[in-house]
Design a binder for this molecule. Structure first.
Ligand code: OSB
Ligand code: MG
Length: 370
């Protein structure tokens, strides 16, 4: 790479096509920060996936903006970053704030790809032309409404369904979906809504042939996940708990999970995401690519990442129309007949910004130069 001369930030608020409800709340719009990095006549785009509220993680679009403006951009501007994998080391004096860092790293991957005339997929070492995907279905008004929503996505061609659960909205929802769709690949995500004293409620899910139970317990609690996994037949998959390759190794050594959801934003970037992938590949542990309701920018990065070989389960990388009526990339991602989405093949992330849409959804912007 080369000298980082200028970085633009755009804080976006995008309307979702339908509300998305999880154990930590319901949203009708999604915030993110887009980053645009300039170097010697080329530029790259990245997406910081921190949302408006600290429900999924402590980071928000507000904290990410603060950390970027006050700490990350000043330490990067005017510097030569030869390779995106060097960014982590460059930022090691900034504790935490993985999503803020990952947004910048994504822009550096896009920039590097553009400079080297290669796709981010190729830079990461991914091969697959298309990746299997599913859909993450929010909590609905009732189990019956959930069945109708799931049916709509199955009709659209999704071959794997994930449903969000919380205490009181778990076994009846799963039972209803299973009764209507006995063969569908099905998994659940609790986003940390349970404690170890809810083991009975989670064991009640064991008989439904679920692919996995995602993040049932607190994000800072590998030990109780280990205890719970010993009492469940269904594999536990960790999302929020895995913030680094070290966490992944320790969780696997402890038996706290059998599957890992990889999100580049959560772990500080695509480099660390790939490191977790490589560790899991060496251990024979399946991984899959999580989602954060990304725009086309982050979606392109997720597809590139999910094309690595150990991504053995379908990702939460749905088609654009599942999220946004209008996206800020000119490209819209569509579902193929076989429940896959094709990996972009253009240079870098392979997407182009729709500047009028970007302007329409921008709440504030910052232009940072040497
Ligand atoms: O826990 O996987 C999660 C969305 C926002 C925050 C956390 C999660 C999710 C999803 C949606 O499940 C995945 C997607 O379709 O992008
Ligand atoms: Mg999750």
């Amino acid at each position: 790479m080369s000298l980082i001369e200028r970085i633009q930030l755009f804080h976006l608020r995008m309307p979702l096509v339908s509300p998305f409800e999880t154990s930590f709340g319901s949203i009708t719009t999604r915030d993110c920060i887009l980053l645009h990095v300039f170097s010697e006549g080329a530029s790259g785009w990245g997406e910081c996936v921190a949302d408006r509220d600290p429900g999924y993680a402590y980071e928000t679009s507000g904290t990410a903006w603060h950390i970027l403006e006050e700490f990350i951009l000043p330490s990067i501007i005017g510097k030569d970053i030869p390779n995106p994998v060097d960014l982590q080391l460059q930022l090691k004096s900034i504790r935490g704030h993985a999503m803020a860092k990952a947004g910048l790293e994504m822009a550096l991957w896009d920039l590097t790809g553009k400079q080297q005339e290669r796709s981010v997929q190729a830079l990461l070492g991914g091969k697959a032309a298309a990746v299997p995907v599913g859909v993450s279905v929010g909590i609905q008004a009732s189990p019956q409404a959930l069945v109708e929503t799931v049916d709509k996505y199955l009709q659209a061609g999704y071959q794997r369904i994930k449903i969000k659960i919380k205490p009181g909205r778990d076994v009846e929802d799963v039972r209803a979906v299973r009764a209507s769709f006995p063969q569908t690949l099905l998994q659940v995500d609790a986003n940390s809504a349970y404690t170890i004293s809810d083991t009975d409620a989670l064991q009640a899910l064991d008989g439904f042939g679920l692919l996995l139970i995602e993040q049932p317990l607190a994000e800072d609690d590998l030990w109780d996940h280990h205890r719970l996994q010993a009492m469940l037949n269904t594999p536990i998959c960790l999302d929020e708990s895995i913030l680094s390759a070290r966490h992944a190794r320790q969780a696997l050594e402890m038996g706290a999970c059998r599957i890992i959801n990889i999100k580049a934003g959560r772990v500080g970037g695509l480099s660390e995401a790939r490191a977790i992938h490589d560790l899991c590949a060496a251990e024979g542990v399946p991984v899959w690519c999580g989602g954060m309701l990304e725009t086309g920018v982050g979606r392109a990065a997720n597809l590139a990442l999910a094309s690595l070989p150990q991504f053995l389960l379908p990702g939460d990388i749905s088609a654009t129309d599942r999220y946004y009526a209008e996206d800020i990339t000119q490209e819209r991602f569509v579902l193929n007949q076989d429940s896959t989405i094709s990996v972009p093949q253009g240079h870098g992330l392979g997407v182009t910004i729709n500047t009028s849409a970007l302007k329409q959804y921008t709440l504030r912007e910052l232009d940072y130069r040497v």
